[in-house]
Design a protein around this ligand. Structure first.
Ligand code: NAP
Length: 235
């Protein structure tokens, strides 16, 4: 399968890309801003599977104009079609609402909501039929979940991503493109340290990656337009 995954330089995205590269004959296109860490990911994949195909694309998803104009050509350098997109990249600023700068709000809106929308829109011409889009949201953006001070805009962008998933599933239901959303609970990563300093999460990134990778490959056989909580604890 040909798989595009964003936010692959560390945390859940890194481990998910590594797992997908170790399974079968997958081609993984891995996106983040950090070229050196993407190279580390490629080396880690090859250490586990000498035949791994991982293609790093250093790219800033916050720059929405760049996503619209340049991403398609960059992905086309490596694959001719796409079976799975995993919109995993995320940005989080933990700050009381009244202290949150507009630029910080906009960064979260762009990375967490605009980028997933534009990645899908831009790469649509390359999507195989069937194809599966998996959007990585958060329990903080899950309707009715416990909310936390300091995470207002982050949670709002993740709620937006969940809603976008439901809407696109409806819009593409006759076009063999499935959209699902995983609303993750706490996983031990850099982002968790920013959101909940000192908290020890019940899951590590490589454990959550098992679920994300397996769901990306098989989930569209069973689900479409679903926002699925994946959480063992609060937060
Ligand atoms: N960890 C948790 O407890 C938890 C809980 C709920 C939901 N989530 C969600 O799970 C996803 C992965 O989280 P994580 O915990 O693994 O986070 P993380 O360790 O902070 O990693 C975030 C990833 O997003 C990428 N990214 C951020 N801004 C970017 C930009 N402007 N352009 C391109 N890539 C960008 C980062 O790459 P570069 O810095 O190299 O660009 C990095 O690879 C996120 O969507 C997050 O919201 C995590």
């Amino acid at each position: 399968m040909n798989i595009v995954i964003t936010g692959a330089s560390r945390g859940i995205g890194f481990e998910t890309a590594k797992r997908l590269a170790s399974l079968g004959d997958n081609n993984i296109v891995a996106i983040s801003r950090d070229e050196a860490k993407l190279k580390e990911l490629k080396n880690a994949c090859i250490r586990e599977n000498v035949q791994a195909h991982l293609y790093p694309i250093p790219f800033n998803l916050e720059d929405t104009a760049l996503v619209e104009t340049q991403l398609l050509a960059k992905v086309k350098q490596y694959v001719t079609s796409i079976d799975i997109i995993i919109n995993n990249a995320g940005a989080l600023v933990n700050r009381p609402f009244e202290l949150l700068a507009a630029a910080e709000m906009l960064r979260m809106i762009n990375v967490n909501l605009m980028a997933p929308a534009l990645v899908v829109k831009t790469l649509l011409p390359m999507l195989s039929r069937p194809a599966h889009v998996v959007n990585i949201s958060s329990m903080g953006g899950f309707q009715g979940s416990v909310k936390f001070p300091g995470l207002s805009m982050y949670s709002a962008t993740k709620a937006g991503l969940a809603s976008l998933t439901e809407c696109l599933a409806e819009e593409f239901k006759d076009k063999q493109v499935s959209f699902n959303c995983l609303a993750l609970g706490a996983v031990q990563t850099e982002m968790l340290g920013e959101a909940f300093p000192g908290l020890v999460a019940p899951l590590r990134a490589h454990e959550m990656a098992e679920l994300v990778a397996d769901f990306a490959i098989n989930g569209n056989r069973f689900f479409n337009g679903k926002v699925i909580p994946v959480s063992k604890a609060t937060p």
